[in-house]
Design a binder for this molecule. Structure first.
Ligand SMILES: Cc1cc2nc3c(=O)[nH]c(=O)nc-3n(C[C@H](O)[C@H](O)[C@H](O)COP(=O)(O)OP(=O)(O)OC[C@H]3O[C@@H](n4cnc5c(N)ncnc54)[C@H](O)[C@@H]3O)c2cc1C
Length: 384
């Protein structure tokens, strides 16, 4: 029988960061991951750290903590995260008024600089000036997400943590109190379990009758090998339609679709974006579809064509880069920036998921979570 102080389910960036911070407190931690190939959202992320995006005292404080953590993270973990500062270029379509789009960004504590198409091309020469009415430029952080995930895991293992590749099939409990988890191989025991299962968090909790306001998109993107062309910034759209559809996901009329895991496409957006990693490879994106069945099949040929067509307009030289389409689930919650804390009516069960800007929020909140645990859960938020 194997006993742990904490069991963490899911080893994407949220689970890896949290496992490391808990182990740093001297706790005996088991991290369980079902997929040794890491075919997950962390692997396919652009790697942007939106530390400009705080809108109130709490989120501004988290942005600042995040920036500080990333500046020292490679050194602390003893592995390279490829952290750097780079420009985020938010493109504004040619038929939109740049000033009115810029207005939407005035709520953030770091305001963007509004650039004309010519000024935009000076900063990012691969942009097509005829396709945009301007760009909003913001100072962004950038990491290699999979390297950072691996760095957290290696540091966790050096602290004595255990990482096993097994799928959690059941949460074990008695009288609404967690006692451990059952995997496809064995049972593990612990008084504390935290779910970091990304897009599958909703279904894992549903099995034990817990309905949380957490959902997911099916995301599709293209990863390329190293290529010689150089993109200087992270390019994304200034109008993020995905956020609007995410907000609507909790609407009561969609409830039965989420409850019954349907293949119906609730919404579908294409947002042209591109990032080049320091090793010369690109991630081109991104299609986000809301379909409540996590196993729904996607049309790969159509998805690749749609992404390449989107890229051809904004960044024409990247349209035909060699590359392969990938798919992943991305968790989000409809009405807050994250779901972090203990589930009140289920002793020992915790959530660490559903972030709006995961790469920005997860590292500082993992640190705070471990502090709350070390101080007997004193300030740990309650969920539900
Ligand atoms: C194209 C694209 C670009 C993005 N760009 C950015 C960006 O620039 N900045 C940003 O902040 N975010 C970005 N994101 C979002 C970000 O990648 C995700 O929010 C983040 O990686 C989610 O991390 P996670 O740990 O919650 O989930 P995941 O990385 O998906 O990890 C969850 C893990 O849990 C495992 N798991 C699930 N169920 C079980 C189970 N039952 N047992 C064991 N293991 C289980 C899964 O196998 C998976 O490995 C982007 C996403 C995409 C697709």
């Amino acid at each position: 029988m194997q006993n742990f102080d904490w069991i963490v389910v899911g080893a994407g960036i949220t689970g890896s960061a949290l496992s490391y911070e808990l182990a740093k407190k001297g706790l005996k931690v088991l991290l369980l991951e079902k997929d040794p190939t890491y075919d997950n959202a962390t692997r396919y992320s652009y790697g942007g750290v939106a530390y400009w995006s705080g809108t109130d005292d709490d989120s501004i404080q988290l942005c600042q903590e995040s920036r500080e953590i990333y500046h020292n993270l490679s050194e602390e973990l003893g592995e390279n995260t490829d952290f750097r500062e780079l420009d985020l270029m938010l493109t504004i379509p040619v038929d939109n008024n740049p000033q009115s789009i810029a207005e939407n960004y005035q709520k953030f504590f770091i305001k963007p600089q509004l650039l004309t198409p010519d000024q935009s091309v000076e900063i990012e020469p691969l942009l097509n000036p005829d396709a945009i009415s301007g760009c909003l430029k913001l100072p962004h952080g950038h990491i290699h997400p999979q390297k950072t995930n691996n760095a957290y895991q290696q540091a966790f293992l050096r602290l004595g943590g255990t990482l096993n590749y097994e799928e959690v099939t059941q949460l074990l409990s008695k009288n609404k109190t967690v006692t451990g988890v059952k995997t496809n191989k064995q049972e593990y025991y612990s008084k504390n379990v935290v779910i970091c299962a990304g897009g599958l968090t909703r279904y894992l909790l549903k099995h034990i009758g817990i309905n949380v306001n957490i959902y997911f998109t099916h995301s599709q993107l293209i990863l390329t090998p190293k290529v010689d062309i150089e993109l200087k910034s992270l390019v994304m759209p200034g109008i993020l339609n995905r956020l609007n559809i995410e907000e609507k996901s909790g609407d009561s009329e969609l409830k039965s679709l989420w409850d019954n895991s349907s293949d119906q496409i609730i919404s579908d957006v294409m947002e042209t974006g591109a990032i080049q990693f320091l090793d010369g490879s690109f991630c081109l994106g991104q299609i986000s579809q809301i379909i409540s069945n996590p196993l729904a099949k996607n049309d790969q040929i159509l998805a690749e064509k749609t992404i390449r067509e989107g890229v051809s307009k904004i960044l024409p030289e990247l349209e035909n880069l060699p590359g392969k389409l990938h798919h992943c689930l991305v968790a989000f919650c409809a009405d807050s920036n994250f779901l972090v804390g203990k589930i009140d009516n289920f002793e020992g069960l915790h959530l660490f998921s559903g972030f709006t800007s995961t790469l920005m929020y997860a590292p500082p909140l993992a640190r705070r979570f471990a502090d709350w645990v070390a101080e007997d859960n004193k300030e740990m938020p309650s969920l539900l």
